[in-house]
Design a protein around this ligand. Structure first.
Ligand code: HEC
Ligand SMILES: [Cu+2]
Length: 364
């Protein structure tokens, strides 16, 4: 009975584990399916150290099994005294040397890669015409969202990082408040986002995100930063350099004003004479980082999520505007009622705001 119960428990545990581990296999977010050069290097290190550790486990297990099967007292008799090997130079030498060799096998590539992956010397190398040769993105982490500034291009976006494939992209990572950490599991990282200093590293993106099921890679905050830490997600769109240049160009273009009446009403509500959302949210892609209190919404219509977490549709958008605290406790956006002087905002007005925000797009 006890035995049966134990087996049953083990079975349940293993089944639970299968479901748990099944989550590890998603292309958009798995460190085990690297989609960039840095991720590949990090993954190779992981394989190497796992192989070495597995080797140690196998050898120890074999020795252990041999010891308990071959050298049983019941087999060898009560009187048997085994050969005494205390102080054996040969053995002492072997079990000192083997671990040293194993550690060297792990250490050399690890130390090499640690320095190589942190090598940002080529970051500021300028092309003949003075423009940067490499793309640099300034990442600003905020409670609980991400801002991405492209200083060379003079544009800024939020919640969705857009980068070209097949070239190095350098990142200057800072925080505007508490400590966060920038991590794109299938591409590389993590790197701390600190308020007091800038951390710099690079990543390469090999796969276009349009090939993925969701059309985006997933990024995360990897440093416990507050009640909504687990919701501090961002997305990454990777595209070939032509498409990227196109995206940059349309970010710089002025937004075409909405043509339908509902969205026009929404634009008015959004503005300074309406609810004043514009005081925190820019709707033009041109600009610098760390200026506005809220995410730049110039590409809101192209986003994959609302606020980084909710499915991107008007229902969720309206729910977010109404009560942001319901979705991300502790976030810095006021609810719409308080922006309206404590008065409830009508469903039509929320519809109008949502319709307007959905027209904000730079992708064709
Ligand atoms: C005091 C500044 C402030 C005001 C005013 C403000 N917001 Fe926000 N808003 C924020 C902040 C901060 C966030 C990011 C919250 C987070 O994700 O942690 C945000 C997030 C959002 C998002 C999600 C952005 C995304 O990229 O998914 C939308 C949409 C939004 N706000 C719409 C509005 C609307 C509409 C109004 C006016 C009714 C408004 N906001 C007023 C600060 C503000
Ligand atoms: Cu966090």
């Amino acid at each position: 009975m006890i035995n049966g119960l134990k087996k049953w428990r083990l079975f349940t545990l293993m089944t639970a584990l299968i479901f748990f581990l099944a989550g590890c296999g998603r292309e958009e977010i798995s460190t085990l399916i690297p989609a960039g050069g840095v991720a590949q290097d990090q993954f190779n290190l992981l394989l190497l150290s796992s192989a070495v550790m597995l080797f140690v486990i196998i050898v120890v297990t074999i020795v252990y099994v041999l010891a308990i099967t071959k050298f049983r007292r019941s087999k060898l008799g009560e009187e048997m005294i085994p050969e005494q090997v205390e102080g054996s130079t040969k053995l002492e030498f072997l079990w000192t040397a083997i671990p040293i060799v194993l550690i060297i096998i792990i250490a050399i590539p690890t130390v090499y890669q640690t320095f190589d992956l942190a090598d940002t010397r080529t970051m500021d190398v300028e092309a003949e015409d003075g423009s940067m040769t490499n793309l640099t993105v300034n990442v600003i982490a905020k409670l609980y969202w991400w801002e991405f500034e492209y200083p060379e291009q003079g544009i800024v976006t939020a919640q969705e990082l857009v980068v070209p494939t097949d070239q190095r992209v350098y990142f200057n990572v800072v925080s505007a408040d508490v400590k966060h950490s920038f991590w794109i599991p299938s591409i590389g990282g993590k790197i701390d986002a600190n308020p007091e200093n800038t951390n710099t590293f690079y990543l390469t993106f090999n796969q276009e995100s349009s090939e993925l099921e969701d059309g985006v890679f997933y990024g995360k905050c990897a440093e416990l930063c507050g009640p909504s830490h687990a919701l501090m997600d961002f997305k990454v769109k990777t595209m070939n350099s032509n498409d990227f240049d196109q995206w940059v160009a349309s970010m710089k273009e002025e937004q075409t004003p909405p043509s339908d009446a509902l969205a026009q009403t929404g634009e008015e509500l959004f503005g300074a004479d309406g609810l004043g959302c514009i005081g925190c949210h820019a709707v033009s892609g041109v600009g610098a980082g760390n200026v506005m209190a809220g995410p730049n919404l110039a590409t809101f219509g192209d986003r994959n999520r609302v606020a980084g977490i909710l499915e991107h549709n008007e229902e969720n958008l309206k729910a977010w505007i109404k009560e942001p605290q319901d979705f991300k406790p502790g976030n810095q956006m006021p609810d719409v009622k308080s922006l309206n002087g404590g008065q409830d905002v009508s469903e039509q007005d929320l519809d109008a705001l949502a319709a307007y925000l959905m027209t904000l797009t730079v992708e064709q």
